[in-house]
Design a binder for this molecule. Sequence first.
Ligand code: G6P
Length: 469
Amino acid sequence: MVAADFVVVANRLPVDRVEGPDGEVGWRTSPGGLVAALEPMMRNVNGAWVGWAGQADTEMEPFENGGINLIPVPLSASEVAEYYEGFANDTIWPLYHDVIAPPQYHREWWDAYETVNRRFAEAAVAAVAQDGTVWVHDYQLQLVPQMVRELRPDVTIGYFHHIPFPAHGLYAQLPWRDQVLRGLLGADVIGFQRAQDATYFLTAVRRRLRYEVKGAHVTVLEADGSTRTAVARAFPISIDTAPYIELAQREDVKARAAEIRASLGNPARILLGVDRLDYTKGIRHRIKAYGELLAEGRLKVEDVTLVQVASPSRERVDAYVHLRDEIELAVSRINGDTDTMGHTAIRYLHQGYPREEMVALYLAADVMLVTALRDGMNLVAKEYVATRADNRGVLVLSEFTGAADELRQAVRVNPHDIEGVKDAIMTAVEMSPSEQSRRMRSLRRRVLDNDVDAWSSSFLKALAEVHPR
Ligand code: G6P
């Protein structure tokens, strides 16, 4: 493969390798917002994407998929357990999401994290052309920027952090806090979702490493005594709006939305939640609030249905196993107490769906509930808004999401405040069409004017400014 001028490095490739029952190999779009956001940008540049294909112990040659050059990085079964399920998803993920679940600190996991980060850095370095650009993504690969710089000082390095960065009081728990900061500071530009994330990061840099910080600029002290400047600031990520707008206009998708409504018994209001099944998403809080509204008679099962899509995620990590049990118990209790033969309170779907079906669901939903306890951005909120061309529908949005900084006309909630969530649901269910339209118009303007192209352009522009060629 020829050296690429532009290399993306992310834990996952945009597609996962899946094996059918007879061993036949197929490809499936990878889960989560990161891939959804990056894929459109990569189609437009002549670059390469370094990542894991989602399966342990599988060695694969580089290949092309959907017009993107993919360079697979292999992980052994023990590395999947220690680097991915362990350090990434049972240490960093809960710590960076404000310790909603207790982070586990294990030295062997850290060792595996370092080993695997080095493998990703070496794969990126092998792929990138002289004076090229490497763009590293997310919390699984925080050491890669520094490792790439050590191997290849000619390369321009960007890093984007898709999840929150915690306040210093929490970050300070991490036994490897200084190593992680130095790893990130290998980048020329370190991007965050919210201004608050960048501020927390810069505070940690000042307090832990004692580097000089002026505004967004950090004076990084290298091992040889030289200094250079790194920039850390917010670049709120977004979605590729065009496919959502197009799908929402398609007659077959509209017909599917009507079919979904009919199959639920044409309730007066459909509420929708769409999340990976993750403890950060506030699914339990949402269900609790909704269940109480039904129990108190403020909502009637004949009039409303909550459709909750909870796509399977990280199913071998204990916290996720417990969460699934809790949610499924809560859903079946509420349904058992309130369902009639013709109406269900909650239609719960532990499945992932293609984009067409998601857009049909967005069109069918009168109210979208995004009640995350902490979320880097939350692209589902932006997807819902993008599909609502008729300016109908209400977005209920947690103030602890990155999206809340931008989507000011949503009905805002503190998901910990169950009474507040109940009131927000009632406000959304009862909102007049004119008020819906006033709010949705402004939300749509924001999302359509700030799409994923605007996001990647502004990041790459900042990178070019720090590291001019
Ligand atoms: C979030 C993270 C991504 C991650 C995705 C799916 O969006 O920011 O880095 O890829 O969740 O999680 P998974 O563990 O399946 O990759």
